[in-house]
Design a protein around this ligand. Structure first.
Ligand code: SD4
Length: 303
């Protein structure tokens, strides 16, 4: 099976994540093992300020993590607003495996992770704290539309470090996916984005495909974006056409409200067709083929 597996993930840091995911498959791991291993790479990376350790904090200075993992047999686990555990994806998987629930949030998620023996540590690094203190100087403590975007997205392009969503496929066309993030920088305390919400940040369906999203989560959640991509594929569209359909839908629905906002979708079908589309230029994704070779692609954009 590993011989014809395929891994895709969002952004160009996905290359390192895909390598880790592929290595896990090669060692006999399952698709879930693979996407978890991949997601753990940016989670541990101190230079990535939008996932896991060293993520930018919320407005109150707390780093809070969102993650989801799922396969195409209906298994799913997620955490939102998790604190003090670096590998949110592994806690999400533990929710899936050890609880009767699909989503734990906030203090409950944090306590569950601790009880499960995950190492507890502060996730705020001096560098992230500095960025937050810098932001505090000018920030109004009120939910301003798109202010969270500023550190990441400039008109005409998005920074290449962002939420990671991974999709994996095996030789038989079975699928699994993972998505993990520290959410939008300097978000309101308690804010949960698209990433950990099944159907928004990630969706996987047997025989149809997997889809994941990145960008301003509110614009994805509003339309249950990843579930909508899969619905479009179920209706016969290719992964590419489905990603385009949903981005166009968001643009039509939201009009001027999404000016300067980035949203991107990445999708994979059971035969290995890959699609991606975004609002603004700058969204990249990494595709790793059955030989373990990775190519970074630039997604086409609406604007
Ligand atoms: C969120 N979609 O929390 C995530 C984060 C992200 O650009 O992708 N940021 O809204």
């Amino acid at each position: 099976a590993p011989a014809s597996a395929q891994i895709v993930s969002t952004w160009d840091f996905g290359a390192a994540a895909n390598d880790a995911a592929f290595a896990r498959l090669r060692r006999g791991g399952s698709l879930l093992d693979a996407v978890e291993a991949g997601a753990m790479v940016p989670e541990a990376d101190p230079n990535n300020h939008s996932v896991g350790y060293s993520g930018y904090p919320d407005r109150d200075g707390h780093v809070t993590l969102d993650a989801v993992i799922m396969d195409d047999t209906g298994q799913v686990g997620a955490v939102a607003a998790l604190e003090d555990t670096m590998h949110a994806i592994s806690v999400a998987r533990r929710v899936m495996e050890k609880t009767p629930h699909t989503l734990l949030v906030g203090a409950g998620a944090t306590r569950f992770a601790k009880d499960q023996g995950f190492p507890q540590q502060t996730l705020l690094t001096p560098e992230s704290e500095k960025a937050w203190r810098e932001w505090l100087k000018t920030a109004h403590y009120s939910p301003q539309a798109n202010s969270e975007n500023a550190p990441f997205h400039t008109p005409g392009g998005a920074l290449d470090h962002d939420t990671i969503g991974l999709l994996a496929r095996d030789a038989r066309g079975r699928l699994a996916g993972a998505c993990t993030t520290s959410g939008m920088a300097f978000k309101m305390r308690g804010r949960v984005g698209d990433s950990p919400q099944v159907g928004s940040g990630l969706f996987v369906e047997a025989g149809v495909g997997g889809a994941t999203s990145t960008g301003l989560g509110e614009e994805v959640t509003r339309v249950a974006g990843s579930a909508r991509v899969i619905a479009s594929m179920r209706a016969g569209r290719s992964p590419q056409a489905a990603c385009e359909e949903v981005v166009r839908h968001i643009a039509t629905l939201r009009g001027a409200a999404i000016r300067g906002v980035q949203v991107g979708f990445l999708a994979l079908d059971p035969r290995g067709n890959v699609g991606a589309f975004c609002l603004l230029p700058g969204f990249t994704y990494a595709v790793t083929d059955m030989a373990g070779h990775t190519v970074i692609h630039k997604a086409a954009s609406l604007f």
